[in-house]
Design a protein around this ligand. Structure first.
Ligand code: SF4
Length: 385
């Protein structure tokens, strides 16, 4: 008889994780964002920041460990030898009484990534000794854990000493994801990001000096038409002084629930077109010099996902992909944009697969018969936010 899983087991999880943490176990150490004022950010609006106690966090880790124990017991009872196989994970997912967290633990064991992402927006705001205690407990209770990552704000990373960050590394933290967004001070101020370029450099350098991996998010399009060039060039200059392990692109979208939308409606902020955003990314990458970061564009909002590679050796290849798009005939650019927003293309050369152009052309004609193509493409992209 199959081992019975306990449907009352649950632990707290937050709303988001980076795309690269899709197969990670999610544990919430703090709730929401202690800043919560960036004009472009929809994530934690209307929610209040709160620290969780060490006891609460440990209780969640205990629950995750108990879920793990029960899932492995289920595996033995199914004759799977303690391995979390497709059969075991299917049994967990098909039991609708089980919490989302239970499913997350099962999927995590199934994928075997050993990765844990701790939520929400800025766990470095925790007292370093308390955070270290939770990290040690996590490593002790879940033997599969091989990598632990968190989001953090640059300003908090700048306030932490390298010794404090080293202590976190020794306690089990591996990587910090920071939303840099831009390195241009007037834009940081306009967007109410609550940090300066100088602090971003200090925060990023502190993280690196502690031996932690650093992932910096950049937001193409954030400067709008007015500051596109400054945004690209100054952001590259800031990153050139940090040399993060990863630079991740996540293109701006402006849904009605963010404050920036009001500036957009009032005509005080003009969004870049897709083509202008690609040109901005080109300018940004062109200005990255003397660093060894790995660039990724794996966010669904990015028009060209294949812009990915290690600096400096892949720089020319990445620029060539962007140039390829910019030099395509206008109709092909439109076809590609539609293909991307349909979730079917990731590289402009995907248009060259047999039949793809014709299929997209037919779809475009149907859209043109219905109304304004640009509006429909924007709606398709915004629906992915
Ligand atoms: S600091 Fe990050 S999570 Fe907080 S409001 Fe700004 S962008 Fe959003």
């Amino acid at each position: 008889m199959a081992f019975a899983l306990d449907p009352t087991l649950d632990f707290e999880q937050g709303p988001i994780r980076p795309p690269s943490e899709a197969r990670s176990l999610l544990l919430r150490f703090t709730r929401n964002c202690p800043w919560n004022k960036c004009k472009f950010c929809p994530v934690y609006k209307g929610r209040t920041f709160g620290k969780r106690t060490v006891a609460e966090i440990k209780a969640d880790i205990d629950t995750a460990a108990e879920m793990r124990r029960q899932i492995i017991a289920l595996s033995w009872s199914q004759g799977e030898g303690g391995k979390v196989t497709e059969r075991v994970v299917s049994a967990v997912f098909s039991d609708t009484r089980l919490s989302y967290a239970f499913r997350n633990v099962a999927a995590w064991l199934y994928y075997g990534t050993g990765a844990v992402f701790i939520q929400d927006a800025n766990n470095l705001v925790m007292k370093p000794s308390a955070l270290a205690e939770c990290l040690r407990y996590l490593r002790q209770k879940l033997p599969e854990v091989r990598r632990v990552t968190t989001y953090a704000r640059s300003s908090t990373a700048a306030q932490r000493t390298v010794e404090e960050l080293k202590m976190l590394k020794e306690a089990g933290l591996d990587r910090v994801h920071i939303g840099l967004e831009t390195g241009y001070d007037p834009l940081l101020k306009f967007m109410n990001k609550g940090v300066t370029a100088a602090k971003q450099i200090k925060g990023g350098r502190n993280v690196k000096a502690a031996g932690l991996e650093l992932s910096e998010y950049v937001m193409p399009g954030l400067g709008g038409k007015k500051w596109s060039r400054e945004h690209a060039v100054h952001t590259a200059e800031v990153l050139n002084q940090i040399d993060p392990d990863f630079i991740r692109l996540r293109t701006l979208r402006v849904p009605p629930r963010v404050e920036l939308y009001r500036h957009l409606e009032a005509g005080e902020f003009q969004k870049l077109s897709d083509d202008e955003t690609v040109a901005e990314i080109r300018l940004f990458i062109e200005h990255l010099e003397g660093i060894h970061s790995y660039i990724t564009s794996d966010h669904i909002m990015n028009l060209i996902e294949s812009v990915e590679g290690r600096l400096p050796e892949d720089k020319e290849r990445m620029l060539a992909i962007l140039d390829h798009y910019l030099q395509m005939p206008e109709r092909d650019r439109l076809r590609y944009r539609l293909c991307r927003r349909m979730g079917r293309c990731r590289d402009p050369r995907d248009l060259d697969y047999p039949g793809v152009r014709d299929e997209l052309e037919a779809a475009l004609k149907r859209i043109e018969a219905q109304g304004e193509v640009e509006e429909i493409l924007t709606e398709m992209a915004d629906s992915m936010v």
